[in-house]
Ligand binder design. Structure first.
Ligand code: NAD
Length: 484
């Protein structure tokens, strides 16, 4: 098999196998064909990975930030040089079109390695002068062994968004990719070693939820960063709390996108397309509740349908294809189930709504209009190519409706009224907001959610605070005064 890795796990700088672990079949979502066979980590593999990360950590943290940063930046260069091959692998692992994976996966991972590699040398504490000559200085220290657990939609990106800041700060990592897309994280581990990362600094083990759970509860682990659904987030957060571990939670969403009648319709339609159908809708921050102001509803829907007719659906390895399959049969069935619920609850289907009759797990880009706030498709995260269009009249009304959700990952507004745009964004209960665009996530900017959508932020300088802690040192320049 062309995509079969040398072994399932990558520990202490080497590929490792234990065939006693439960089988994991890797399926190319465009055809249903098995492209690799792996094994979930056994307790022995988990033990080996955690020991390796633990043993490597002190020496890694003792390198200068410049040295650590150089290794990360070298890894970034290698990823960029191999972008095409990595993208082919990612396309087979996820089903996302090669048109997307060549610009949004290894390249995004490389950005994170480059950015945090660049920051590594400048990570410091501070000097705090006190009265009478005393002072405090702080030392920024690594947390220790960090665990990364990934979702299946952006496997390379997630492996790097977690690994790069962790390693920059002097931590080591055990990363568990999603069992649905286990392949590309192994390549990230290989590349880091090739770039000079000492053995054990970045380990990858495969597995289902139970493997993730055993990592989270291990006392050697200081921090857990999860990308996944809210139900999983709840479990992982609770298990981490038991050991008082640091957490970053990047969870699900049901984000609003508001289109006012003064907006540039063409841009708003583009934003709605990107925010609902990129990666076949399998993006956490998608703006799946599209609130359109009453006067432009029909014009918006007409233009949207015209533009969707140009989506090229097919073999994701074809460079002209812009819309591929969903990641798995299971995820396809979830999306189709929501489409049926939308129809049954009275939403008006204006585009798509069916499985595409061909091999693989293809669902048509689907748009529902006349969606109301209480319909299931307007309340629950679908994680598939299903857009709900809702109508609103006033700013006050739409603000309240947009925020009426347990989620708070992202939110967007399209309007040409500058003050209204900022007023709306100030009112959004969401971590990542957009004005006149949607779903961009550059490494320089914090990314993450409020409310049930998460805790902490990835990317940007803020990520450093989530992968390090401060030691405070009080220095007295005076005699010690005691009362007796
Ligand atoms: P999931 O929650 O089913 O699984 C996520 C990961 O957690 C997998 O690796 C899984 O094996 C592991 N896991 C499951 N149970 C566990 C447990 N008890 N302890 C430890 N680990 C466990 O999510 P998914 O289906 O892989 O991904 C889709 C979800 O991820 C969606 O809700 C989506 O919104 C979210 N997501 C969020 C972001 C973000 O940055 N906020 C990005 C991508 C995806």
């Amino acid at each position: 098999m062309k995509f079969q890795p040398r072994a399932s796990h990558f520990i202490d700088g080497e590929y490792v196998e234990d065939t006693n672990g439960a089988a994991i079949e890797v399926i190319y979502p465009a055809t249903g064909e098995v492209i690799a066979r792996l094994h979930s980590a056994t307790p022995a593999i988990v033990e080996q990975a955690l020991n390796s990360a633990k043993n490597a950590q002190a020496a890694w943290a003792a390198l200068s930030g410049t040295e650590r940063g150089r290794i990360l930046r070298r890894a970034s260069d290698i990823m960029r040089e191999r972008n095409y091959d990595l993208s082919v692998l990612e396309t087979h692992d996820t089903g996302k079109p090669i048109q997307e994976t060549t610009v949004a996966d290894a390249t995004s991972g490389a950005d994170a390695l480059e950015y945090f590699g660049g920051l590594a040398a400048s990570l410091t504490g501070e000097h705090i002068p006190l009265g009478g000559g005393d002072f405090v200085y702080t030392i920024r220290e690594a947390l220790g062994v960090c665990v990364g657990i990934g979702a299946w939609n952006y496997p390379t990106q997630i492996a790097c968004w977690k690994g790069a800041p962790a390693l920059a700060c002097g931590n080591t990592m055990v990363f568990k990719p999603s069992e649905t897309t286990p392949l590309s994280a192994l390549k990230v581990a290989e590349i880091l070693v090739e770039a000079g990362a000492p053995k054990g600094v970045y380990n990858v083990i495969q597995g289902y939820g139970d493997v993730g759970a055993s990592l989270v509860s291990d006392p050697r682990v200081a921090k857990v960063s999860l990308t996944g659904s809210v139900p999983t987030g709840r479990k992982v957060y609770a298990a981490a709390a038991d050991g008082m571990k640091h957490v970053t939670m990047e969870l699900g969403g049901k984000s609003p996108m508001i289109v006012f009648d003064d907006a540039d319709i063409e841009n708003a339609v583009s934003g709605a397309i990107l925010g609902n159908f990129y990666s076949s809708g399998q993006v956490c921050s998608n703006g799946t509740r599209v609130f359109v102001q009453k006067g432009i509803k029909e014009a918006f829907l007409k233009r949207l349908s015209e533009r969707l007719a140009h989506a090229k659906i097919g073999d994701p390895m074809d460079e002209d294809v812009s819309f591929g399959p969903m990641v798995s049969e299971n995820q396809m069935n979830i999306a189709l189930g929501y489409i049926e619920k939308g129809k049954a609850e009275g939403a008006r289907l204006v585009y798509g709504g069916e499985r595409i009759e061909r091999d693989g797990y293809f669902v048509q880009p689907t748009v529902f209009a006349d969606v109301t706030d209480n319909m299931t498709i307007a309340r629950e995260e679908i994680f598939g190519p299903v857009m709900s269009v809702l109508v609103f009249e006033t700013e006050e009304e739409v603000m309240a409706r947009a925020n009426d959700t347990e989620f708070g990952l992202a939110a967007g507004v399209f309007t040409n009224d500058l003050t209204r745009a900022h007023r709306i964004v100030a009112g959004f209960e969401a971590g990542t907001c957009y004005i006149n665009t949607y779903n961009l996530a550059p490494v320089e900017a914090p990314f993450g959610g409020s409310k049930m959508s998460g805790v902490g932020r990835e990317n940007s300088k803020l990520a450093i605070n989530h992968f390090s802690e401060m030691k405070t040192v009080y220095v007295s320049m005076n005699d010690v005064e005691a009362p007796y």
